[in-house]
Design a protein around this ligand. Sequence first.
Ligand SMILES: Nc1nc2c(c(=O)[nH]1)N[C@H]1C(S)=C(S)[C@@H](COP(=O)(O)O)O[C@H]1N2
Ligand SMILES: [Mo]
Length: 178
Amino acid sequence: HYGPVPSFNAATWDFRIWGEVEEEVTCTWDEFNQLPRTKLVMDIHCVTRWSKFDTEWEGVSVRTLVEDGLIKPLPSARFVIQHAEYGFTTNLPLDVVLQDNFLLATHYNGEPITPDHGYPLRGVVGHIPARNDMDTPYFWKGAKWLRGLQFLTHDQFGFWEQAGYHNEADVWKEQRFA
Ligand SMILES: Nc1nc2c(c(=O)[nH]1)N[C@H]1C(S)=C(S)[C@@H](COP(=O)(O)O)O[C@H]1N2
Ligand SMILES: [Mo]
């Protein structure tokens, strides 16, 4: 990752959802922890040619939040930017964010995600083998130290994408650079 590992203060941390949604939402760390939780076991694949099998993640599913009416994307919403500490961003199509393999993850293999890997919250994007209608996404397009989601009508490159990394980053095609 780029830059230092940020510190976390539960009293001042908040999570914000804004943009192409019916209502903007902000929640505190306590409120975030009241949200419905999901566990997910999946293989992760990186565009740099490594895989890790049967990884277990726990956190909050954006799809569940939408199904429960806690997030109401407008019909115009088609892309999502994850916003993290220090202004780091990364962009994904909304249909990827709404897959059951996308999680706002607090735990990895039963333990809170470590500071280096995004404590207290990181976006996790992974592949489910049955879903071959969709590109296998780019595990690295998950923001560590995640603080918010912005819904957009049009795609807008994030930090690494602006720096010349491939926007789709299909792992099977090894799409590293644009
Ligand atoms: N906030 C933040 N998140 C980030 C990045 C970053 O620079 N800042 N880099 C991404 C990239 S390029 C990678 S490869 C992974 C690295 O995650 P890891 O340190 O858990 O392996 O984090 C992703 N998320
Ligand atoms: Mo990376």
